[in-house]
Design a protein around this ligand. Structure first.
Ligand SMILES: Cc1cc2nc3c(=O)[nH]c(=O)nc-3n(C[C@H](O)[C@H](O)[C@H](O)COP(=O)(O)OP(=O)(O)OC[C@H]3O[C@@H](n4cnc5c(N)ncnc54)[C@H](O)[C@@H]3O)c2cc1C
Ligand SMILES: *[C@@H]1O[C@H](CO)[C@@H](O)[C@H](O)[C@H]1NC(C)=O
Ligand SMILES: *[C@@H]1O[C@H](CO)[C@@H](O)[C@H](O)[C@H]1NC(C)=O
Ligand SMILES: *[C@@H]1O[C@H](CO)[C@@H](O)[C@H](O)[C@H]1NC(C)=O
Ligand SMILES: *[C@@H]1O[C@H](CO)[C@@H](O)[C@H](O)[C@H]1NC(C)=O
Ligand SMILES: *[C@@H]1O[C@H](CO)[C@@H](O)[C@H](O)[C@H]1NC(C)=O
Length: 561
């Protein structure tokens, strides 16, 4: 027995997810990789946390650029674990509808985007974080080191500062190590405490405005000792500070203070941060103080499995939504696969295809930029009296060559195993969408088109028969208003659902129901469970409305502004 199954409140959901992902669920981001995911509700509080800087990756797991960056980012976040005392690593998922507003207001032009935010960040249109453009782990790390050096922990200890107060910001720390970091401004030839040349690369503003070149030995020592919770490093560049410990300036000297402010002196062998860190580490280990535990090993993410898990989580958790990705899948497959199966378009078939294209152009279920291209396709077909399947495909490729179908996965139409749902589900979805969004056409033309499509291009006699059976009960000639057409298709679909419920083509995870469910639309049925068609109509119009389509699952990398 698996005890894990028994204390979760969302048992049915979890079991379902486990069933789907055959074994342990794969997550896109794992807290054990030193990554914490924020969402629209936790974003501001997460960034306002007062003790650490934040690295945030804005991403869309369906976008290829985001996917390509995932392994490197995982390596980075694990590496940054050593700095966890002063830096938190977050991810924020721009693919989720409820997160769009934040991605928009933070002007995320494309995903992935990396931004650094200072501690206690407050939303400010003038400061939306500092963008880090590099995608190389080493470069990102050194850029972060520069930003982190702005945190209060790096503030130089000056000759005016009181040693008595030195532990004030370091409640749980046993020792403070004082490291001298030369500022070239203070450099005096007779004063021999020079830091080694290699540590003189970094530039720190605190040195001096006229001469901002400063050694980085203090900063680097501080950063490298962060895994030791028991010690903090304070940096000073003023040799008068030595006097506070009653010593005179000498090379290679680290002063370590305990909480009683008693100084101890360490003497690294050379003036490099490596040697400094080694000396302090030796001291700590001698006192039996250890670095925090390293991160445990984790498995790299299998992105396609993790996305499946994300999709299922999303659609099971949310009330019924209609996904743009499914509409794109449907149109993509119809234009590029289903229709080109026909060897010749002539007569009625040609007319049906042209009607389909006109409807596509009219109620564009694709992204707005496709409209002109669909019109172009319609116009180039309209003038022909005969087109071969291959010829049609060429016209499609030519007309849509500037359009990338960004629905790469079925979302609302995801199946629990192969050969279920997918295209057939998206076909229904597309036609419901068309009934709702084709107000300017004659009532009944969408349903007529569906009938024709099924007849000429679906190669499924049962499907055609089901529609005909239903039409006997509800003649299409009754459809004279736009709203009646929406309801006609809804009823026809429910009729088919009823015939297919329990059949082998039913996905057990998505049983055929009389749509919509009680849960999704409580007002759609009256007390005696009879349909209230006015409410159903309102419901269908709202979920299938263009404006309410969900962007979740689109491989869009750059539309958050
Ligand atoms: C005209 C037609 C006839 C078909 N006949 C057969 C057949 O004889 N045998 C066969 O095996 N398959 C048939 N199919 C395919 C079958 O209907 C399903 O599309 C397929 O089994 C996948 O089912 P699904 O669970 O994904 O949901 P689907 O029935 O495909 O529904 C897709 C989505 O539409 C929404 N929806 C469901 N019901 C309604 C409704 N009443 N109103 C509005 N939205 C709704 C839901 O969000 C659902 O997920 C037919 C398809 C069509 C278009
Ligand atoms: C240091 O302490 C003295 C005496 O307690 C005080 O007068 C002085 O203001 C303090 N200086 C700083 C910089 O806090
Ligand atoms: C990811 O998982 C899928 C499905 O389980 C599998 O087919 C694929 O090979 C895996 N990919 C990698 C890189 O492991
Ligand atoms: C595709 O885009 C290019 C460049 O933006 C443009 O010149 C061309 O006309 C477009 N083609 C079509 C078919 O829209
Ligand atoms: C759609 O459903 C029909 C009827 O069950 C079936 O023959 C066909 O294979 C399905 N098509 C796809 C792409 O799943
Ligand atoms: C979108 O959905 C909301 C509620 O989910 C609804 O109030 C609104 O009217 C819908 N928009 C359109 C254009 O139908």
């Amino acid at each position: 027995m698996n005890p894990y199954l028994y204390y979760t409140p969302a048992l049915p959901l979890l079991m379902c997810l486990l069933l789907f992902s055959s074994g342990l669920s794969q997550l896109l981001y794992n807290t054990d990789d030193n990554v914490e995911q924020l969402d629209f509700a936790s974003f501001e509080t997460g960034l306002s946390e007062p003790t650490r800087g934040k690295l945030v990756k804005f991403f869309n797991g369906f976008c290829k650029d985001s996917q390509d960056f995932m392994p490197a980012f995982r390596k980075l976040s694990r590496k940054l674990y050593k700095w966890k005392r002063i830096l938190k690593v977050h991810v924020f998922d721009c693919s989720k509808d409820e997160n769009h507003e934040i991605c928009r207001s933070f002007i995320i032009r494309s995903t992935p985007t990396l931004r650094y935010f200072p501690m206690a960040y407050r939303r400010d249109p003038e400061d939306l974080g500092t963008e880090i453009s590099s995608r190389k782990v080493k470069e990102i790390e050194s850029e972060l080191a520069l930003y982190l050096a702005e945190l209060k922990y790096f503030k130089l200890f000056s000759r005016e500062d009181n040693v008595t107060d030195i532990f004030r910001d370091y409640e749980h720390v046993k020792y403070i190590a004082m490291v001298f970091q030369m500022c070239l401004f203070n450099f005096m030839p007779h004063f021999e405490t020079g830091n080694s040349m290699e540590e003189k690369q970094a530039s720190l503003d605190n040195c001096n405005k006229d001469n901002p070149i400063v050694a980085a030995i203090g900063r680097n020592t501080l950063l490298e000792l962060l895994p030791y919770n028991q010690i903090a490093v304070r940096v000073f560049d003023d040799h008068h500070v030595y006097a506070k410990f009653n010593v005179s300036p000498v090379p290679n000297l680290i002063v370590v203070l305990n909480r009683k402010l008693k100084p101890l002196f360490l003497t690294p062998e050379v003036d490099t941060s490596e040697a400094y860190v080694a000396a302090v580490r030796q001291f700590l280990e001698f006192n039996d103080l250890k670095a925090h535990k390293p991160l445990q090993k984790t498995q790299p993410t299998n992105i396609s499995e993790a996305l499946r898990y994300e999709i299922l989580k999303q659609i099971k958790k949310q009330p019924q939504r209609i996904y743009r990705a499914d509409l794109e899948r449907a149109v993509d497959q119809i234009l590029n696969l289903e229709l080109p199966k026909t060897s010749n378009f002539v007569g009625k078939r040609l007319k049906v295809v042209n009607n389909f294209l006109r409807l596509m152009y009219n109620s564009n279920p694709l992204r707005p930029e496709a409209k002109g291209m669909l019109n172009h396709l319609y116009n180039s077909m309209k003038i022909k009296s005969r087109v071969s399947g291959v010829g049609f495909r060429e016209l499609v490729i030519k007309a849509l060559k500037n359009y990338t179908f960004e629905g790469k996965n079925y979302i609302g139409c995801i199946a629990s195993r192969p050969h279920l749902r997918d295209f057939n589900c998206s076909l229904w979805t597309l036609f419901h969408y068309l009934t709702v969004e084709s107000k300017s056409l004659n009532a009944g033309s969408v349903v007529q088109l569906l009938k024709d499509y099924v007849k000429f291009f679906m190669y499924c006699n049962d499907c055609q028969n089901h529609l005909q059976e239903f039409e006997k009960r509800r003649p299409l000639s009754d459809v004279i208003e736009h709203d009646q057409e929406i309801l006609w298709l809804w009823q026809a679909h429910n009729y088919v659902n009823k015939q297919l419920a329990g059949a082998s083509t039913e996905d057990p995870e998505f049983p055929k129901i009389q749509f919509p469910s009680e849960r999704d639309c409580p007002s759609c049925r009256d007390k005696r469970s009879k349909w209230r068609t006015g409410e159903v109509l309102k419901y269908l119009k709202s979920i299938y409305a263009l404006k309410n389509l969900s962007w979740f699952g689109m491989a869009t990398c750059n539309t958050y502004i």
